[in-house]
Design a protein around this ligand. Sequence first.
Ligand code: UDP
Ligand code: MG
Length: 359
Amino acid sequence: MTHPVATRARRPPAACAVASPPDAGATPTAPGGRPLVSIVVPVHNEAPGLGALLHRLGEVTATVDCAFEFVFVDDGSTDGTRRVLEGHRARDDRIGVVGLSRRFGKEHAVAAGLQHAAGDAVVLIDADLQDPPECLPAMIAAWQDGYDVVAMRRADRRVDGWFKRASAHAFYRLMNWVSDIEMPTDVGDFRLMSRRVVEVVNRLPETHRCTKGLFAWVGFRTRILDYTRAKRAAGDTKWPFLKLVGLAVDNVTAFSIAPLRLSTVLGFLVATFALVYGLTTAVSTVVFGNPVAGFSTTVALMTLIGGIQLIAIGVLGEYVGRTFIEVKKRPLYVVESVQPATRRTTAAARRDGWLGPGA
Ligand code: UDP
Ligand code: MG
């Protein structure tokens, strides 16, 4: 079955090079009329850059033969972002605004956006224009070729500082080493997902939402497209160093029990060392009559073993703590207000068969 809707701009823009070979297969099920594509944008204090983002989104979406809605999730902004969004919404009926009751973090804002998006396909994009909207036609084209996930890979990270590049490299190496899921290198949240993928992601209940890992876990036919990551258009990054470290710990503990195994292995190693050391000391005292080694050796060994025990308890604690948070089953976010895209309402109603094609 071929997809009934063709995009007008099928050729990928310069910023996006197709990295994997084309592959035919299952096509997304499109209802009658144009498919609806939801663009989900988590925003925290992004007021200065929103005008430019909407301008570029408007230009690029005009080249694609799909209906669009823009679902902005205001993640507890304090700089008037919501007011700015509401102003834009009054002029553009494709814009919807989901306001969270406080800052829940990007991962939770993304969860809220995915829950509120009605599209046949959903695109996740950052508000700071680091993910170029000009990639949209290529992403939609790949979706219409039958891919359920179109993940965007940062082919060129020169805009990131050396530290960010090095830490990202270490992160992907670590994740692929310790966990069972394959996490493609340099593929972030910028991606398109078909409706059925979104439905699966929406059913994942965990509070610690490490979206990179969750998206990789979900699977489905995936196409990877390369793009050049741009510089932040305005405002500042919301990821200071310590938060990045926390994110890495969250990801590792969410998808792997390797640290627990490591502490067991470490325990065995230290126990073996203690046994060999004890035996050597006993033999050297009994057979050779050497005096027992001094006080400093005892202190050094005790502190070494004490330290290893504390690390192991800490690792255990990380998992117990996460279990504690997960069993509470608190909602992922709290919505303060929802102002849906009004055109989406019509598009969604038509999609669901409530309105005829002319409505
Ligand atoms: N963001 C958010 N809540 C947060 C942090 C970030 O909604 O607590 C949004 C932010 O407004 C942006 C996107 O997530 O649209 C990516 O954030 P940022 O650019 O700071 O991350 P980086 O590009 O440095 O990884
Ligand atoms: Mg950014």
